[in-house]
Design a protein around this ligand. Structure first.
Ligand SMILES: Nc1ncnc2c1ncn2[C@@H]1O[C@H](COP(=O)(O)OP(=O)(O)OP(=O)(O)O)[C@@H](O)[C@H]1O
Length: 353
């Protein structure tokens, strides 16, 4: 058995330097009467998408046919000092961009969908006051959250992603008259007074920019990590850098940069054209020593799926796009799994009067 464990522990997870052993993932490996192997693994991140690969690897390393069960135990990880985590939510991931229109909301909806498909319980909070688009992108625009005992019940989309949006509370046409403190309060209400149902990862789609609203939110909301979205264009990169600086200022880790609209691929001839410049997000990530999560092309199916609220279908029907988002989402989950655990919710809140 020890030998068998060693063989399984040495198997490397795709897209990482990690092994089953380094993740202490092996729970059981038993030979059945028929001579096949029954293997149980448990990871601290969602890993259902690795099932086929791991099954094949274990089978070829042991020479046996394999039945594989993958479990996950996703826990709450550290947030900024002095901010408590939220009931029903283990890890909050802020998605931010310096500049507007670079694809922050698109990235949020797709990372959420990818993590859900990998087996995680996922929520999305749309905090983009001036253009709340998550209800549309996630296909719940015609819904309203129910209220129960003064709490909101997040709307579930077709995949089961829990969605709350500032757009459910206010008319975006009125948003221009909203000031920072009002937005901050509305957002905290959405976050703290919603009945999140055992969410492993809650994505917050922040408004673009690095003004007072973003800063206040980064100080009041328990954020495990931030994803920065940018196009490769210089003007977007300058603003993305400001967003990274802002998160550093409030001690929130950047889990990575996603470069969106990296390249345009002509649907007629397949020619690649770097409309917004080449590799700008990649260079920014290298310069600031933050991981590059991926480079997503400017893609017609992405735009159509977002407009039609069919992000789940995009992932089942467009393998190439789904893979880029899956790899980015997996990198986010791994970065979060590497952070220390959060125990703040185990201690009573001490109020000095
Ligand atoms: N990779 C892509 N390929 C094609 N269209 C895209 C891509 N990324 C985003 N889009 C489209 O570009 C538009 C802007 O994207 P999105 O709303 O995600 O940006 P944003 O950064 O959240 O904007 P803002 O926060 O300023 O409202 C949307 O119509 C979206 O569908």
């Amino acid at each position: 058995m020890e030998n068998l464990s060693q063989i399984i522990n040495n198997i490397v997870l795709p897209q990482s330097q990690r092994t089953i052993g380094s993740e202490k993932a092996l729970i059981a490996a038993n030979e059945t009467f028929s001579g096949s192997l029954n293997v149980v693994l448990q990871f601290g991140f969602p890993a259902q998408h690795l099932a086929q690969h791991l099954c094949e690897q274990i089978s070829s390393a042991t020479g046996k046919s394999v039945e594989l069960d993958i479990h996950q135990n996703i826990v709450a990880h550290k947030v900024q000092a002095g901010v408590r985590t939220i009931q029903g939510v283990k890890n909050i991931i802020a998605v931010a961009s310096g500049k507007g229109g670079v694809g922050k909301s698109t990235t949020t909806a797709n990372l959420a969908t990818a993590l859900h498909k990998m087996g995680a319980r996922v929520g999305v909070l749309d905090a983009d006051l001036y253009g709340p688009s998550q209800p549309t992108m996630l296909g719940v625009a015609a819904h309203q959250p129910q209220q129960q005992n003064g709490h909101f019940i997040p709307v579930k989309n077709a995949d089961g992603i829990q969605v709350m949006s500032i757009g459910f509370l206010i008319d975006p046409d009125q948003a221009v008259v909203w000031r920072g403190p009002m937005v901050s309060q509305a957002l905290q209400q959405l976050l703290f007074q919603s009945e999140w149902d055992d969410v492993d990862y809650l994505f917050i789609d922040l408004p673009p920019g690095t003004g007072d609203i973003q800063l206040t939110l980064s100080q009041k909301i328990p954020v495990t990590g931030a994803v920065i979205v940018t196009t490769p264009q210089d003007i977007a990169l300058i603003d993305a850098r400001k967003a990274i600086d802002m998160f550093h200022k409030v001690n929130i880790d950047i889990v990575g940069v996603l470069e969106n609209m990296s390249v345009h691929v002509c649907s007629n001839c397949g020619h690649h054209e770097a409309i917004f410049g080449a590799d700008g997000g990649k260079a920014l990530a290298e310069k600031l020593h933050v991981p590059l999560l991926g480079q997503l092309p400017l893609s017609l199916p992405v735009r159509v799926a977002m407009d039609e609220g069919k992000v789940g279908d995009l992932h089942t029907q467009n393998q190439a796009i789904a893979e880029i988002y899956q790899q980015a989402a997996f990198a986010v989950a791994l970065a979060i799994a590497d952070k220390g655990r959060d125990f703040s919710s185990r201690f009573p809140k001490i109020v000095v009067e």
